[in-house]
Design a protein around this ligand. Structure first.
Ligand code: NAD
Length: 448
């Protein structure tokens, strides 16, 4: 099928490439001319495992094209997917301006019936707003061309986006038209041989499903972070407690890892958007507000622990901290709302110097951090640790588990290791001469 994907970011580019891989003819469109030029020149503007290979293969086979031209993109396509940003406004509500602008751009050039599919994460009621925006333009253009608007939220995870897209847990299609639903099912038929993975529902429920899913996952993270803080105070080890509760089949192990708080381009903004929507419709979002508040507190936790540790050593002023990992999670270069930013800001405020390393996210991190002569960008984790008083592990990249820590310790000035992801064993770290501090483990147990 001829498909247009509007917005060539983490979702749009991955979805477009995967649709092409499944045999569809796909045009990926973006208003960022620089991004499209890079893609046309064979350069992949984001880091996502497996993406480059699949893009290159499908470009070569002429199933995947890139353009900035709405007229060209819309004219060929039967179905237009919108995958543009939906950031938070200052009050936490969802900013729909990119989505509505994309919808109007389609309406400005369409001359035949189209199916417009919303893949961006949007509050309940957005499909109706998109329908209204398209109708307005068509009326002005004196056209009565028919169109339909579908909600098809995306559930891929950055870092595993290609696999998630090719082998989805489920595909949610929200449409009030059986005919349109069939077209969407046809598009996705190659992705899922078992049709029970396709969940067809009304538009409003589909829109709500995406927010409810992200809210549930974020709730588990904040819940576990709060449990971790209680564990530390009462002398329990959260790593044991996690296994103890995860083994209950009603609970399960996933999303129960305590850490430095959730970040990224989805959870923080989606929780806030759902809070805003709940208030708008007269529901008090008590749980959601607590999830957000716990997360903000958790993002400051490692910084607070460092201030406490160094208070007995003359304070953080003038000390050097190596930060291992900057992206909000491994296998991505996405720095949006990354907990590392919060920590680095805290450390700079305390007068510390920071030596930063991330395997792929440094170019994006450089855009987000201020120019400061107390920031040093390092070539690897060993370089970052050289001369440091402490290491802070912020992102659980695999390579940080494979390092030989003893020689690293020799090159450091101090011996503190703040493990924001509970990647190491306290006893081993003690044996290697570190003062090891992780999340949710009391001091007495850290050193055992
Ligand atoms: P992104 O910022 O990586 O990419 C969005 C792209 O849209 C950018 O390249 C931008 O230039 C382009 N764009 C903006 N306005 C446009 C317009 N009017 N016409 C054409 N292109 C336009 O965003 P993303 O991370 O891919 O997220 C897109 C949507 O998908 C958001 O609503 C997000 O919440 C949702 N989502 C994201 C993820 C994820 O892991 N990133 C997962 C599921 C859902």
């Amino acid at each position: 099928m001829q498909i247009l994907i509007i917005g060539t970011g983490y979702v749009g580019l991955v979805t477009g490439a995967c649709f092409a891989e499944m045999g569809h003819s796909v045009t990926c469109l973006d208003i960022d001319a620089g991004k499209i030029e890079r893609l046309q020149n064979g350069e992949i503007p984001i880091y996502e495992p497996g993406l480059e290979e699949i893009v290159k293969r499908n470009v070569k086979q002429k199933r995947l094209l890139f353009t900035t031209d709405y007229k060209k993109g819309v004219s060929k396509a039967k179905v237009c997917f919108i995958a543009v940003p939906t950031p938070s406004r200052d009050d936490g509500s969802c900013d729909l301006s990119y989505v509505l602008s994309a919808a109007r751009s389609v309406a400005e050039v369409m001359t035949e019936p189209k199916i417009v599919v919303n893949k961006s994460t949007v509050p309940v009621g957005t499909a109706a707003a998109v329908r209204g925006a398209i109708s307005e333009v068509l009326v002005r253009r004196n056209l009565t061309t028919s169109f339909d608007v579908v909600s098809n939220p995306e559930f891929l995870k950055e870092g595993a986006a290609v696999q998630d897209c090719l082998k989805p847990d489920r595909i949610v299609i929200g449409s009030d038209s059986p005919k349109t639903t069939e077209v969407l099912k046809e598009i996705y038929s190659a992705f899922t041989l078992s049709h029970d993975k396709i969940l067809c529902m009304d538009v409003l429920s589909a829109e709500m499903t995406k927010y409810a899913a992200n809210a549930m996952l974020a709730t588990r993270i904040s819940f576990m972070n709060e449990i971790a803080q209680i564990c530390k105070q009462v002398g329990a080890n959260v790593n044991e407690v996690r296994k103890g509760i995860g083994s209950d089949s009603r609970i399960g192990y996933s999303f129960l890892y305590p850490g430095v708080g959730y970040g990224g381009s989805c959870f923080p903004k989606d929780i806030r958007a759902l809070i805003s929507k709940a208030k708008e419709v007269g529901v008090e979002p008590s749980i959601l507000e607590a999830v957000d508040a716990v997360n903000l507190r958790q993002k400051k936790l490692l910084g607070k622990q460092m201030i406490g540790y160094f208070s007995k050593k003359g304070g953080l002023n003038g000390k050097t901290v190596a930060v291992w990992g900057l992206s909000f999670k491994p296998d991505t270069d996405d720095m949006r709302e990354a907990p590392s930013i919060e920590l680095i800001e805290q450390l700079l405020k305390e007068g510390a110097k920071v030596r930063l390393f991330d395997p792929v996210a440094m170019p994006n991190a450089k855009k987000m951090l201020p120019d400061n002569d107390r920031i040093t960008w390092c070539s690897d984790e060993v370089d970052a640790a050289t001369g440091a008083d402490a290491i802070a592990l912020m992102t659980e990249w695999k390579q940080f588990r494979l390092v030989d820590l003893e020689p690293i310790k020799e090159q450091m000035q101090g011996q503190a290791f703040f493990d924001g992801r509970n990647q190491y064993k306290p006893a081993e770290m003690k044996g290697k001469g570190f003062d090891y501090i992780s999340v949710g483990v009391p001091d007495a147990l850290q050193q055992k």
